[in-house]
Design a protein around this ligand. Structure first.
Ligand SMILES: CC[C@@H](C(=O)O)C(=O)SCCNC(=O)CCNC(=O)[C@H](O)C(C)(C)COP(=O)(O)OP(=O)(O)OC[C@H]1O[C@@H](n2cnc3c(N)ncnc32)[C@H](O)[C@@H]1OP(=O)(O)O
Length: 265
């Protein structure tokens, strides 16, 4: 854990901040507002460290969120990952983040993605690794990977199929469409739209859960985890990552990324 600075209840790692509240909630915040909380290798490492801290601390619920109000997370940082040209190079990066998603999926405490802003691509994948998703009214979500000539590559496709109906999951991934918040409720991917001050609203939504003691929350979380076929999920995630790695190496993918990075505004 490099660059670690600490003040009471707040651990700033560099690109991820951990805020440990006394009410039983630990917030893990990706802190790259300018670049829409895109995920590079440092974010992956620091998310890992943050999850380790949150697992061991006094919290009963762990909330993942992004800095600012424009984006929860814009997926992989295309400005750095554009340098990954071959399947082998892509595979290494995708597996690294796949491991973070698995850690969240199988986390022993209740997890919530608090969508402070838009989530696209890998940002959607990250959010579905959490048990619940709640969103500010302006939030949009889209598994846009298809527009880049790739698929979900961090295991989020496999996880999405565990979270919502097969038809809705397939619709979201195959269309690569970006959906507004009310459609996301209908698709079953978000549980609540939070109006007003966001962090306060999220805590309000969490109140019924926070009224339960840690033993009750963790026991129900264990029931959820028991309902997963962990080995099959892990195998499927690995296959998903292998397939995405193959598509990653195509000209279609590299050209689409280049179009995004060189677009005029
Ligand atoms: C790599 C893993 C793979 C997976 O396995 O799932 C993926 O994640 S693929 C998906 C990658 N992500 C994207 O394709 C999304 C790209 N971003 C956007 O579509 C938009 O930026 C946005 C997220 C919808 C937000 O739009 P808006 O609010 O209008 O902001 P800007 O577009 O002006 O962006 C501001 C600033 O941030 C930079 N940016 C945004 N997203 C990324 C990103 N994923 N990687 C790198 N940089 C990103 C953008 O270029 C702007 O920079 P400046 O022009 O320097 O201000």
């Amino acid at each position: 854990m490099s660059n670690l600075t600490k003040k009471e209840g707040v651990i700033s790692m560099g690109v991820v901040v951990v805020e440990q509240e006394k009410n039983g909630v630990t917030w893990i915040r990706i802190n790259r507002e300018k670049i829409r909380n895109a995920i590079n290798l440092d974010v992956m490492d620091e998310l890992n460290d943050a999850l380790h801290i949150a697992e061991k601390d006094e919290s009963r619920i762990v909330v993942l969120t992004g800095a600012g109000d424009q984006a929860f997370c814009s997926g992989g940082d295309l400005s750095v990952f554009q340098s990954l040209k071959t399947s082998e190079e892509a595979y290494k990066m995708l597996m690294k983040m796949g491991a973070v998603l698995e850690k969240i999926l199988f986390f022993p405490k209740v997890t919530v993605a608090a969508l402070n802003g838009t989530a696209v691509g890998g940002g959607c994948e990250l959010s579905v690794a959490c048990d619940f998703r709640v969103a500010a009214p302006h939030v949009k979500m889209g598994f846009v990977q298809g527009k880049l000539g790739i698929t979900t590559g961090w295991g989020g496709g496999t996880i999405l199929l565990q979270r919502i109906s097969q038809a809705h999951a397939m619709e979201m991934m195959l269309s690569a469409k970006i959906y507004p918040a009310n459609s996301l409720i209908n698709l079953g991917i978000i549980q609540e739209i939070i109006s007003g001050p966001f962090q306060e609203g999220v805590l309000n939504w969490l109140k019924p859960y926070l009224n339960q003691n840690a033993g009750v929350l963790q026991a129900y979380k264990a029931r959820l985890l028991d309902s997963f076929d962990q080995l099959t999920i892990q195998n499927n995630i690995k296959r998903e990552i292998e397939e995405c790695s193959l598509l990653w190496a195509t000209d279609e993918h590299h050209e689409a990324v280049n179009r995004f990075l060189t677009r005029s505004k």
